[in-house]
Design a protein around this ligand. Structure first.
Ligand SMILES: Cc1ncc(COP(=O)(O)O)c(C=O)c1O
Length: 373
């Protein structure tokens, strides 16, 4: 036991006083309006069984991958899965990463070089920001989904230019204008990079995301994550063979980490098999999104979103936290998103809809929310 308080303690205390202390907790038995399990795959037994059968067929019994992909962790399973991922997303090659965080960190720290430029939407995810912090390239943000602001930045471009966006924004649930972004990138010779984390499984006839076959050749890279609608874990970057070879050689979050084990690969493969057939789940999810939006519009001042992510701006950290806590007492798992995760004044309740939510749950939730606002 150490007797003197470490300076870290003071920083935690400050966080606490600001009402921003993060703590780990369990929320069992509440109605899920909060997880990223949009299609219910994370709790789907068929997916687990498919993966187990696949491992049996392949006589794959390794518990761990034993090393990084470049040392002992590479497998036929991983390579076959990458072929499947590339084909599913209409491109030439794909490279698996251990998480979406690792994928963005690896891409943005390694691909844009000294002398290059990254233009990024002001609302991109922390993993993209962290990757850019490790890059030698110059970085400039443009106003959220504001194409004129992006074009205004053209004067600052030097070297190769990368434009970083999310097809579905993780906190606001709105969509990027991908066709227009691709046209701007084409016109200027810039490289479009699209994080499809919250579109994968949710959009596209087979859940392939918002970058469709026509748009795919106009994207330099796309990031797919498997811990959200696909219900499992891991991620991949899709793009050209050259991009893949480059990442294998230079992306440190790929090189210096133990590869995903066979059971994770089997889970991702099974999730792709299920996703291709999950028309019913996608239909239910989109029906719930429409139902929620029409219920909310009828009762509250609210901007509906086309994705599984909806947000109700409440303003103020304390106020937002209190409302979220109050809602939780009624059996709904809804979380407060506070500044600095979102800009001051934009503190909000983030509500995630799922294929498995019922209309009755949505009705009860909206009725109760109305009493809190
Ligand atoms: C837009 C976006 N990109 C990347 C990630 C990171 O993905 P993962 O959870 O697989 O690390 C997230 C998840 O929070 C996200 O919302």
């Amino acid at each position: 036991m150490q007797s003197e308080a470490h300076p870290l303690q003071a920083l935690l205390e400050k966080r606490k006083q600001e009402g921003l202390l993060r703590v780990l907790r369990h929320n069992t038995g509440l109605v899920d309006f909060c997880s990223n399990d949009y299609l219910g795959f994370a709790r789907n037994r068929v997916l687990a069984e498919l993966a187990a059968d696949f491992l049996k067929e392949e006589a794959e019994y390794m518990n761990g991958s034993t090393g990084s992909r470049l040392i002992t962790g590479n497998t036929v399973l991983a390579e076959q899965l990458e072929v499947l991922i590339a084909a599913y997303h209409h491109t030439d090659a794909a490279l698996l990463f251990n998480s979406g965080y690792d994928a963005n960190l690896g891409f943005f720290s390694a691909v844009p070089q000294r002398g290059d430029t990254i233009f990024y939407d002001q609302l991109v995810h922390a993993s993209i920001r962290d990757g850019m912090r490790l890059s030698w390239a110059k970085t400039f943000s443009f106003r959220h989904n504001d194409l004129s602001d992006l074009q205004r930045l053209a004067a600052r471009a030097s070297g190769n230019v990368y434009v970083a966006v999310e097809s579905v924004y993780s906190m606001d649930g709105d969509l990027a204008p991908l066709d227009a972004l691709a046209a701007i990138c084409r016109k200027n010779g810039w490289h479009l990079v699209v994080d499809e984390a919250h579109a994968t499984g949710v959009f596209g006839p087979q859940g392939e995301g918002l970058v469709n076959k026509a748009l795919a050749p106009h994207c330099f890279a796309r990031i797919y994550t498997y811990g959200k609608a696909m219900g499992v874990h891991g991620a991949a970057i899709a793009g050209s063979e050259v991009l893949k070879d480059y990442l294998v050689n230079f992306a440190r979050s790929f090189i210096y980490t133990t590869a995903l084990p066979a059971h994770s690969l089997a889970m991702i493969q099974a999730a792709y098999t299920m996703m291709a057939k999950a028309m019913e789940e996608r239909k239910k999810l989109h029906d719930n999104i429409a139902y929620f939006n029409s219920g909310m519009k009828a009762k509250l001042d609210f901007i509906p979103r086309p994705s599984a992510i909806q947000s109700v701006i409440t303003g103020g950290n304390e106020h937002t936290r209190q409302i979220a806590a109050h809602i939780q007492t009624q059996g709904f798992d809804v979380r407060a998103i506070l500044s600095p995760t979102v800009p001051t004044g934009q503190e909000r309740l983030r509500i995630c809809l799922h294929a498995f939510n019922t209309h009755e749950e949505i009705d009860r939730f909206i009725e109760f929310l109305k009493t809190c606002m």
